[in-house]
Design a protein. Structure first.
Lengths: 732, 153
């Protein structure tokens, strides 16, 4: 089980009338979703006032129903775009037989005992597990609440419980009398919950698998959605930190006299990660930082550059590593192969570069630490903050807010930016609430990158062109080594997240995967789809190279090697069919395919590219087929595939963090250049109907994209692509 | 001397650092937080507001540059084109994380106020400065077309 980054599932369109009803309600849901919104002093005074309703009745940890007939779902996961604030309410509304228009939500507090991610064993969001781990838990919670409402209705009407029917939030008895959820909430809340509530047969689902509108669309289109950067507290100071120019460097000395003279600057404090300037707002804090003079002690810093690291990784790849996978005798079979191909692949460090640079608001009081942030690992964030603040973990209150993207960046075992914020608040003795706000440059240079990876792959084919041997050595930093997760995720020295997806699941008789985990002083972290970001590329591109060497069609090749993997085959065949695989294309255009399983889901993508005679190229169209089990909200599944494709293409085209003498060379979107609208291909997503339990969607759309594009370019140019990013130009 | 201008139809004054970017004046001093900070160098568009109807990256626009002018933020968006864009965004569920979307909507509204029937190329040109890391781009294209249809239909 790998922990990792991102997203999961949820929502869709509807008639104008229901749309208006729902969006009105969604606004209310948002206000509730901000927790104690009045105390957060969000931005403007604009926005609808929350209805002054009596305290809603909590049926369990996940479902509350108010006398106003509103059903509030407690969302235990962070939303960073994946749609979980729609997905979990959909599951609850389904089992409750509620009307979609009465659904609202709020983020759960930090409370690991009640709100743990059942796939991770801690409260947190990652591994594309928001829906999959919650699926049975939220169904059962909603079914229990429904049974309690039914029992209350039976008692009120004096009829048998099994004669009550429920639809669209209304309970009816055979004689025609009826009651709403809101009317029965108080009585139902006193009913003993059933031990094993009956769940619906999936064939009777009314909302799951259909198109319901996202509950966050209104707040995210009128400026009222609340992110960490929007939080204001009385007397709050904004902190901007001067960080070391190299990883591992420390403050030797600093002179803050000019910084303190900047109007609006209130204080300057040294902290372990640098020097923090506190001011009345971001702008004076930034000006104050510019006026700081800091001398750094680089004696313990990482000083290697990218070229040096790649050279060292290449040398390591020539030596035996830890054996992660071993079927048959790959070495012997390679020696006896009719034809052998060797390929080295290089993948750069990547920044998450979420639109909202990292930030956190902290308020310290005696025996109390309150935090507002897009918390993705509440359990770790709470523990770390408690240690720094000198309080017990349960004295740390975390208000989880919308995150302006994450892609894994906010799921940090050492809670880096949250720890930094609490440290600053502590350094000023808690005398003012502190908002730590990183600039884009801070965010770009603070590390926690997708690790640089090098793969050496050797393959052998026999006289029939069948693959008889596959040997792969993976070199890259372990993501969890040295973190609290190491003991759970590293086995016999191998971080499974470095090799997940390598070589498998193809029917190759002799398959060997080895790994080296070099120590480098660059902080690394999961980045949308984690190891699959590079293993899928090496595997799918090299497979195409072997197919080409054997004169085989890439789709036929995969079909033959996947005959015992029906779900892989299902998406492979669907994507190929929808893309018109095998139909002629004009000169200069090509198609490439890749299929990959990650986070329990199966995705195949066909990319169509145009390569000009000068080597410039464009990605014109991507056809995607996904099997993610039951699609709770098919439109959100489509959105996540579109997003995974865009994020993957962005990295494949231009993204790269490079080091010169250990210092990061990129700083902002001027030199780390994500996908823009003109780069975005036409995307078609086809969701495979399924009765399997839901699996991930936030990440699985990404891994097949880059290899599909590379395979398409090679189909035109005949030249293999073994290094990312692709850059602007291909060899022709 | 204080700098005064119109913000969402109301007169406001700034008597601090005239070089302070409009974005921070609006967010930190006026408490309107719908416009976002993403890069600080006019490369992402999250901070986009309208200056006399024209889209502007306010993270690099000093407050002094808008003296006497009229600024509109997402909170003050009320034109027919603005409403049509917001409704189209909701109908197609464009948003994912949502952080860049105020800026996207401000740029899209300005486009439709200049060009009632934009082609894909027009959309790409007008929206090129607005990054979206969730890559909601092709829904943005579709939503702008939908809004255009509603406005002209």
């Amino acid at each position: 089980m790998s922990i990792s980054s991102l997203l999961s599932a949820s929502a869709p369109t509807t008639t104008r009338r229901t749309f208006i009803k729902v969006t009105t309600l969604a606004g209310a849901g948002f206000l509730v979703g901000c927790g104690d919104s009045s105390s957060v002093e969000p931005a403007a005074t604009a926005g609808p006032a929350a209805a002054p309703a009596a305290e809603p009745v909590a049926f369990n940890a996940f479902v509350k129903i108010g006398a106003d007939n509103k059903v509030t779902v407690i969302v235990k996961h962070l939303d960073k775009g994946q749609g979980v604030t729609t997905g979990l309410p959909t599951i609850v509304a389904e089992e409750l037989d509620a009307a979609w228009s009465q659904m609202a939500w709020e983020f759960a507090p930090a409370d690991t005992a009640r709100y743990a991610n059942l796939a991770l064993g801690l409260q947190g969001t990652g591994g594309s597990s928001s829906i999959s781990n919650s699926w049975m838990q939220y169904r059962q919670a909603a079914a229990a609440a429904r049974a309690m409402l039914v029992q209350a209705a039976a008692e009120r009407f004096g009829v048998a419980a099994d004669s009550i029917t429920v639809a669209d939030g209304i309970l009816r008895e055979p004689g025609g009398r009826s009651a709403t959820f809101g009317e029965l909430a108080e009585a139902a809340g006193a009913v003993t919950p059933p031990a094993e509530p009956a769940l619906k047969d999936p064939t009777s689902f009314k909302l799951i698998g259909t198109h319901v509108p996202r509950l966050d669309s209104v707040a995210k289109t009128d400026g009222t959605a609340l992110y960490t950067i929007d939080v204001t507290r009385p007397g709050m100071l904004t902190a901007v930190v001067a960080h070391a120019p190299k990883f591992g460097a420390k403050v030797a000395s600093f002179d803050a006299s000019r910084a303190r003279a900047v109007p609006g600057v209130v204080d300057v404090v040294q902290i372990p990660t640098g020097v923090a300037v506190l001011a009345e707002g971001f702008w004076p804090a930034l000006k104050g930082r510019e006026a700081l003079a800091v001398t750094w002690d680089e004696s313990g810093a990482e000083k290697r550059g990218t070229a040096e690291l790649i050279e060292q990784y290449t040398a390591l790849a020539g030596t035996p590593g830890l054996v992660a996978h071993n079927d048959g005798d790959a070495v012997g079979a390679l020696a006896g192969a009719a034809k052998r191909i060797d390929a080295d692949f290089v993948f750069p460090y990547l920044a998450h570069a979420s639109m909202e640079p990292m930030n956190c608001v902290v308020e310290l009081k005696p025996g109390e630490c309150e935090i507002w942030t897009g918390s993705q690992f509440q359990t770790f964030d709470q523990t770390t903050a408690a240690q720094i603040a000198g309080v017990a973990p349960e004295q740390v209150k975390i208000n989880t807010l919308f995150a302006g993207g994450s892609f894994g960046r906010r799921a940090v075992p050492d809670s880096d930016y949250i720890a930094e914020a609490v440290t600053i608040a502590k350094a000023i003795d808690g005398r003012a609430p502190v908002k730590l706000q990183w600039s884009r440059e801070d965010d770009m240079r603070a590390g926690k990158y997708r690790p640089l990876h090098f793969h050496r792959v050797s393959g052998g084919i026999d006289a029939n062109g069948d693959i008889v041997a596959w040997s792969q050595r993976v070199v890259g930093q372990s993501i969890v080594k040295g973190t609290a997760l190491e003991s759970f995720l590293v086995r016999e020295g191998i971080d499974a997240s470095s090799v997940e997806g390598a070589g498998t699941p193809y029917a190759i008789p002799n398959l060997r995967v080895e790994v080296h985990h070099p120590d480098v002083g660059v902080p690394v972290l999961w980045w949308r789809s984690v190891g699959h970001t590079h293993t899928a590329f090496a595997t799918e591109v090299f497979l195409d190279e072997l197919a080409a060497a054997a004169g085989k069609d890439p789709v036929e090749q995969r079909r033959a090697l996947l005959k015992d993997h029906p779900r892989h085959l299902g998406v492979l065949n669907l994507a190929a069919e929808k893309a018109g695989w095998g139909t002629p294309l004009p000169a200069g255009r090509g198609r490439g395919i890749a299929v990959h399983e990650s986070f329990g889901s199966f995705v195949a993508e066909v990319a169509e590219v145009t390569v000009g005679s000068d080597g410039t190229f464009s990605v014109d169209r991507v056809v995607c087929a996904v099997d993610c089990g039951i699609a709770v909200n098919p439109d959100v599944v489509r959105a996540q595939m579109e997003g995974g494709i865009g994020y993957g293409l962005s990295a494949a085209l231009r993204e790269e963090i490079t080091l010169a003498d250990g210092a990061v060379e990129q700083s902002n979107f001027t030199d780390y250049m994500p996908l823009r609208i003109s780069d975005m291909p036409v995307v078609e997503v086809h969701v495979v109907p399924s009765t399997a339990p839901p699996s991930g969607v936030g990440e699985p759309g990404l891994p097949p994209l880059a290899p599909a594009v590379a395979n398409a370019i090679r189909a035109v140019t005949g030249k293999p692509i073994r290094r990312l990013p692709l850059g602007e130009r291909m060899p022709v | 001397m204080a700098i005064s201008f119109m913000l969402n139809g109301a007169a406001v004054e700034h008597d601090g650092d005239p070089a302070m970017p409009l974005l921070w004046f609006v967010r930190d001093r006026q408490g309107l937080t719908g416009s976002k900070f993403g890069c600080g160098v006019a490369m992402c568009g999250a901070c986009t507001m309208h200056l006399d109807g024209t889209p502007m990256r306010t993270c690099v626009t000093p407050v002094s540059a808008v003296a006497g002018k009229s600024v509109t933020t997402i909170e003050g968006l009320s034109s027919p084109a603005g409403r049509a864009v917001q409704e189209a965004w909701r109908e197609l569920d464009v948003v994912q994380c949502g952080y860049c979307q105020s800026g996207q909507i401000m740029s899209a509204t300005a486009l439709l106020e200049q060009n009632s029937n934009p082609l894909d190329e027009d959309i790409d040109a007008a929206m090129q400065g607005n990054l979206c890391r969730c890559a909601t781009y092709h829904r943005i294209r579709a939503a702008i077309h939908l809004a255009a249809t509603r406005l002209t239909g």
